[in-house]
Design a protein. Structure first.
Length: 131
């Protein structure tokens, strides 16, 4: 009888049966975007800049949440040309640890168009804070 039980046990769980997969670690909460006040030099209204940042906040959120979930704090400077396009986007002198998030944000800003455009080039300095 004992031989039958061990044979039944072997039949129930073959030696080459896959073992159950371990559960992935629980997901960390995503970083939250904390809007800041822009610093603007030139003929451009702050409300225009804030509206643009708010419009693209879901994309900014995606940039910040592609890698680690540690707090992220960096400042970018960009120039808005008289035709409404974004010219140069300057990276911070000392990049924080999440360079992918910064590069994603920089590339996103480079695609923005401001309407109405400023009558002359304007500079925006903005602190991006994700916690």
């Amino acid at each position: 009888m004992a031989g039958r039980q061990s044979a039944a046990s072997e039949a129930a769980a073959p030696a080459d049966a896959p073992t159950p997969q371990e559960s992935p670690p629980p997901a960390l909460p995503p970083r939250r975007f904390k809007p800041q006040r822009p610093h603007i030099e030139g003929p451009l209204d702050k409300r225009t800049v804030i509206a643009k940042i708010n419009h693209y906040s879901p994309d900014l959120f995606d940039c910040a949440n592609n890698q680690s979930q540690d707090p992220l704090d960096f400042t970018l400077t960009w120039f808005i040309n008289p035709d409404g396009t974004v010219g140069e986007v300057l990276l911070p002198p000392t990049p924080p640890t999440d360079e992918n998030a910064i590069e994603c944000t920089r590339a996103l800003i480079a695609t923005w168009r401001y309407q109405p455009p400023p009558p002359e080039t304007a500079m925006v300095v903005y602190r991006f804070l994700f916690e």
